[in-house]
Ligand binder design. Structure first.
Ligand SMILES: *Cc1c(COP(=O)(O)O)cnc(C)c1O
Length: 213
């Protein structure tokens, strides 16, 4: 089942984006099944699940931290944290700088829609945050991340993804020293097709690969 799901989506998407299988609601066994099916990028949103899956998976798998991360929990996962999709506060960067012995590829989480989520910076705050982050040696900002609003309105979702893409473009033109924003982490099971149309390079797919909980 997981194998079929993944194979179908991989075929549909091709190689244009990295598929992150979000395993947060799924067991180690199911996660290993996804690995066997060819998945090499996994997403978890809690330190416990992150560490559990990291430990179980072979070394060539990447486990991405995709959820809100409390700064006091950074220490727990610092050794294994290589991809963080939810950087939106300097306190997290400080803890990474303090506890990590390697650089961490980070996405700035942006709250494009200004709707429901309390997480993420508004687009106007991003340039200054990038300026702040340039002081941190362990932080390598590679992209922007957003969550679409909870809506059935696909044109609204498309608008949100488009705005993130435009923000990336604009920041690239600003041409900051040592910051190369190339990636867009956007799109989940219900909207990854819309995200890809708008330039997503990482999609985070849970239920459509792993099955619903
Ligand atoms: C759970 C989660 C996903 C995947 O959600 P699905 O709808 O199951 O695809 C993607 N991104 C984040 C940040 C999540 O927490």
């Amino acid at each position: 089942m997981i194998k079929d799901n993944y194979t179908n989506i991989r075929q549909e998407i091709g190689d244009e984006a990295t598929i992150i299988a979000v395993t947060k609601y799924h067991t180690v066994e199911e996660t290993l099944e996804a690995y066997e099916a060819g998945v090499r990028d996994f997403g978890e949103n809690r330190p416990e699940g992150f560490l559990e899956k990291r430990k179980a998976l072979p070394a060539d798998a990447n486990v991405h931290f995709i959820g809100t991360l409390q700064s006091r929990k950074v220490k727990q996962i610092a050794d294994d944290l290589y991809y963080l999709h939810s950087l939106d506060r300097e306190s997290i960067a400080k803890k990474i700088e303090q506890y990590s012995n390697h650089t961490v590829k980070c996405f700035i989480q942006v709250n494009v829609s200004g709707e429901d989520s309390k997480h993420g910076l508004i687009p106007e705050e991003v340039p200054e945050f990038l300026e702040t982050l340039s002081e941190y040696e362990k932080i390598e900002v590679i992209g922007l991340m957003t969550m679409a609003p909870h809506t059935e309105d696909r044109s609204l979702i498309s608008e949100v993804f488009k705005r993130l893409s435009e923000l990336k473009q604009k920041l690239a033109e600003d041409n900051r020293a040592n910051i190369q924003i190339k990636e867009l982490s956007m799109g989940m099971s219900n909207d990854y097709d819309i995200a890809l149309q708008n330039g997503a390079t990482f999609v985070r797919i849970g239920s459509k690969i792993m099955g619903s909980r």
